[in-house]
Design a binder for this molecule. Structure first.
Ligand SMILES: NC(=O)c1ccc[n+]([C@@H]2O[C@H](COP(=O)([O-])OP(=O)(O)OC[C@H]3O[C@@H](n4cnc5c(N)ncnc54)[C@H](OP(=O)(O)O)[C@@H]3O)[C@@H](O)[C@H]2O)c1
Length: 322
């Protein structure tokens, strides 16, 4: 089968389109014949060797999430049948025609949801839901600041906030992305290239600040986002797309809390959380959530997908198809 692997860390040129044997599922795994693969910022960070949890040996096959059909399964797997349509947050291995995934991390794809839509869901919606609702205890009426509203996670976060009944302010790097965030339900969108988000958020919230901040950019944006957390507010740092973040979240005064959140670690400790995928897909089927697919690249052009992601041209999800 074809796969895309790296044998060293580096720029897009280290992504190699290669032939390898089809993997064999372990007793608790399914083998998925892949139809679509979600590309995540973390893939590019792993490729560069800059990820928080760097792989310790090569070759590495990236691809955290993918959708397709069950081609084989291990002895202990009773919840899935051969040929069944599934989606998984496998964590790794997805840049390929076939990949194995723990059955525990895999969910059925319902009728009416295509594999491209399904593959866009696990990482973004699980991160947004668990980070905002379960960790930050988001509730109706809260003010939320979502940094990078046009990112894969940002697009999901806007919609989770609106479902809960929160008021959501986003930042984005151009006016078009801002308009698209508003189109998804954001109440306010700040183009951070022309306006400083700190006074904007303080003004919108009557000087109080945001009850919840979802931060994923890092660097100066991380530091300045701390300035807009309301008394009793919850700051959740999930990423560092543009700059460093401290390993440990800072102590904040005034009943405010700050958390560094990793959805993979969180769900490893709470595997029942993968079942949220069922709810997300159901809601998508009913038109309650939108999946925004920016671009679809052939697997052989994974380098192009990474370039588009790093270039920040995209809005929503980038996919690969074998
Ligand atoms: N902790 C977790 O469990 C978890 C899970 C998933 C994702 N994440 C993190 O969440 C973030 C979003 O992930 P994603 O896959 O949705 O990413 P993405 O689609 O690649 O979006 C990242 C966005 O960040 C914005 N950004 C602002 N300043 C930037 C800078 N200096 N360099 C690069 N980007 C900058 C860009 O939007 P503008 O052009 O509008 O500025 C960019 O599109 C990433 O940091 C990722 O690592 C964390």
């Amino acid at each position: 089968m074809k796969t895309v692997r790296i044998h060293e860390f580096g720029d897009e040129s280290v992504l190699k389109y290669e032939d390898v044997p089809v993997p064999v599922p372990a007793s608790d795994e399914v083998l998925v014949k892949i139809e679509a693969i979600g590309v995540n910022r973390a893939d590019a960070t792993i490729r560069r060797g800059a990820y928080t949890f760097n792989p310790d040996s090569f070759p590495v096959t990236m691809g955290m999430e993918f959708a397709g059909t069950v081609a084989a399964k291990g002895d202990e797997v009773s919840d899935f049948s051969i040929g069944q349509r599934v989606v998984t947050y496998a964590g790794t291995g997805g840049y390929a025609e076939y990949a194995v995934a723990k059955a525990l991390r895999t969910r059925p794809t319902p009728a009416g949801i295509d594999s491209r839509t399904a593959a866009s869901v696990p990482v973004t919606f699980l991160t947004a839901w668990c980070g905002l609702v379960e960790v930050a205890a988001l509730k109706a009426g809260d003010w939320v600041l979502v940094q990078a509203g046009g990112s894969g996670v940002g697009v999901a976060a806007i919609q989770v906030c609106k479902q809960i009944g929160a008021r959501v302010v986003v930042t984005a790097g151009n006016d078009e992305k801002c308009a698209r965030c508003i189109g998804l339900g954001a109440d306010f969108a700040i183009n951070y290239t022309s306006k400083d988000f700190v006074p904007e958020v303080m003004g919108l919230t009557g000087g109080r600040g945001a009850d919840v901040v979802l931060e994923m950019v890092g660097g100066d944006v991380f530091t300045r986002s701390l300035e807009v957390v309301a008394p009793g507010g919850r700051f959740v740092s999930i990423g560092r797309a543009g700059g460093p973040v401290p390993d440990k979240a800072p102590e904040l005064p005034g009943g405010r809390s700050a958390t560094r959140f990793f959805v993979n670690t969180y769900l490893n400790e709470r595997p029942e959380g993968y079942r949220h995928i069922d709810t997300f897909l159901q809601r998508i089927g009913q038109g309650g959530y939108q999946v925004i697919i920016d671009t679809i690249f052939p697997l052989s052009e994974a380098a192009g997908a990474h370039r588009r992601l790093i270039g920040r041209e995209h809005f929503g999800k980038i996919l690969l198809v074998p």
